[in-house]
Design a binder for this molecule. Structure first.
Ligand SMILES: [Zn+2]
Length: 278
């Protein structure tokens, strides 16, 4: 029953995500030059305007395919209504948009979860060390880059299954009331952690806590400055609570691929606003 909610549509994005290169590429290296995702920097913001000429360095086919991928990933084209709930139809896409208005099916489990090749803030094995392969590998590169700059990062929490999110939310709702819990925790199905594309990151400077002050630490600032180079965005920015539905979370990074991450950063948009443009 994995495909109850229109996952057939995900097949599109599955095939195009290699094309768009939302696959991890190491930043600032020459292999970016050959990646269709990263070569069109200057045309990024008009990726959807039919009038703008394709990047001359880019084969026309690739540009068209990229535009098609963004078109198919648009917020408006990637949900289906079922029993009063909007379910996302592109759960397996690196551009899947999950929030309080757009849910993952309760039985959605990514099929390519691996343990992220990074250091964790805790010892022992846990499913929360996992991310989808493309995101896990990119996170490994991000952490390596941080280390080179003398920045110590540790991963705190990545993949979270629907049942696990459910028990977390219920526990918070019990102590804080459901309404308050909803501002800082996600209802099951509404957590980006279920996509396998998100990781909470922290550092010794805040005792590996997940708190707002992390944004003011040198590690939090490094993360904000460099995440996009590795394909990640700071998903819940300060001042964007009404768009994202969540409080500022300087520790939560979401993989979207290098091209989109850089574009989102450059434009200063939330993922919600960005994916509404296509
Ligand atoms: Zn998180």
């Amino acid at each position: 029953m994995q495909d109850t909610f229109g996952h057939s549509a995900a097949a599109n994005s599955g095939s195009s995500h290699t094309v768009t290169g939302v696959k991890a590429t190491s930043p600032g290296t020459s292999n970016n030059a050959s990646s269709p995702s990263d070569s069109g920097n200057n045309s990024s913001s008009d990726a959807n305007s039919g009038s703008s000429a394709a990047d001359p360095a880019e084969p026309a086919g690739a540009q068209t395919e990229f535009q098609q991928f963004m078109h198919d990933s648009a917020a408006s084209r990637t949900t289906v209504e079922k029993g009063g709930i909007s379910y996302v139809t592109n759960a397996t896409s690196p551009l899947v948009l999950v929030n309080k208005k757009r849910e993952l099916a309760s039985d959605y489990v990514p099929d390519d979860l691996i343990k992220a090749p990074v250091e964790f803030s805790f010892s022992g094995d846990s499913p929360k060390q996992q991310m989808r392969k493309v995101a896990a590998e990119a996170l490994g590169k991000l952490f390596e880059g941080a280390k080179k700059d003398g920045i110590e990062l540790k991963a705190v929490s990545g993949y979270r299954s629907y049942p696990s999110q459910k028990s977390i939310f219920n526990a918070y709702a019990k102590t804080h009331g459901e309404e308050e819990a909803n501002t800082f925790s996600a209802h099951p199905g509404q957590s980006e952690h279920q996509t396998g594309l998100a990781m909470d990151v922290s550092s010794a400077s805040v005792h590996y806590g997940l708190e707002e002050s992390y944004g003011e630490t040198k590690e939090g600032k490094w993360l904000k400055a460099h995440a996009a180079d590795y394909g990640f965005i700071i998903r819940y920015e300060k001042g964007k609570e009404t768009e994202t539905g969540y409080m500022y979370e300087p520790w939560h990074v979401r993989y979207v691929g290098v091209f989109v991450a850089k574009d989102v950063k450059k434009l200063g948009l939330t993922l919600e606003a960005y994916l509404a443009r296509f």
